[in-house]
Design a protein around this ligand. Structure first.
Ligand code: ZN
Length: 246
């Protein structure tokens, strides 16, 4: 993990859970627009595809090229090694198997308690950095049945962190009630075509780690649940734009 205490963030600062996916990229843009100083945190929990970890570094440096607020406000990136958690909470994102619906009605890609663990680590880093706002890309609208993405869960998590760390944390989830088309529209509002293009080109969503073929909506296998959501969301976003231009 990088040095924590080498600089003191401004009072109005945020820590963004940044995986390098579409949602966390839009969250990063939102946080840069909202707060004076923004730091990022990423988690290596032994994902099947190391591609996520390399992509996020590239995305962070490209953000400074295309999103002016990033040049002034984007600070340190923190990477936490959570491979031990990945080993305990094995799912189809951390081992080689197809994504199927389980008997509980959850996709096998569900990693039990993943977002809760992420927020505990984020709070530990944020506390040492003097940061009160934690930002995550969780979303109920495209709810895949992940119980740790619900607004209710994250509200409770906020209370737990406030009590357990004794710091007035807020958990911001700007995408909570947006569908994927609206998420693309938010990136357009925040950073125009340049930001949309950056997220299409450089962010990674595919569960299969596929980056061979470039589709209009970005890279991916096109078939896994994450690609399907990203593809249909982008198509709806383009339809919305065409409709607005008419
Ligand atoms: Zn895919």
């Amino acid at each position: 993990m990088s040095a924590y205490l080498d600089q003191v963030p401004a009072a109005n600062s945020a820590l963004v859970l940044f995986s390098g996916g579409q949602d966390s990229s839009v969250c990063l843009a939102w946080a840069l627009d909202t707060y004076d100083r923004v730091e990022t945190i990423g988690f290596d929990y032994g994902q099947r595809h190391a591609i996520e970890m390399t992509i996020r570094q590239n995305l962070l440096s490209r953000f400074r090229d295309v999103y002016p607020l990033a040049r002034a406000r984007l600070g340190e990136d923190h990477v936490c090694d959570l491979k031990g958690f990945g080993a305990v909470a094995e799912s189809s994102l951390t081992r080689e198997s197809a994504i199927v619906m389980t008997e509980r009605g959850l996709p096998s890609s569900f990693v039990p308690g993943r977002n809760l663990v992420f927020f505990v680590y984020a709070a530990a880093v944020a506390d040492r950095r003097g940061i009160d706002h934690l930002v995550g890309g969780m979303c109920e609208t495209d709810f895949s049945g992940y119980p740790d993405c619900r607004a209710e869960t994250l509200k409770a998590m906020e209370t737990v962190l406030n009590l357990g760390v004794e710091r007035p944390f807020t958990i911001d989830t700007p995408l909570m009630y947006l569908n994927k088309a609206q998420t693309w529209a938010l990136s357009q509002d925040l950073g125009g075509e340049a930001l949309v293009d950056l997220i299409v080109e450089e962010s990674h969503t595919c569960y299969m780690g596929e980056r061979g073929e470039r589709h209009p909506w970005g890279y991916g296998c096109g078939d896994c649940p994450a690609c399907q959501l990203r593809k249909t969301g982008f198509e709806h976003f383009l339809e919305m734009k065409q409709h607005a231009e008419r």
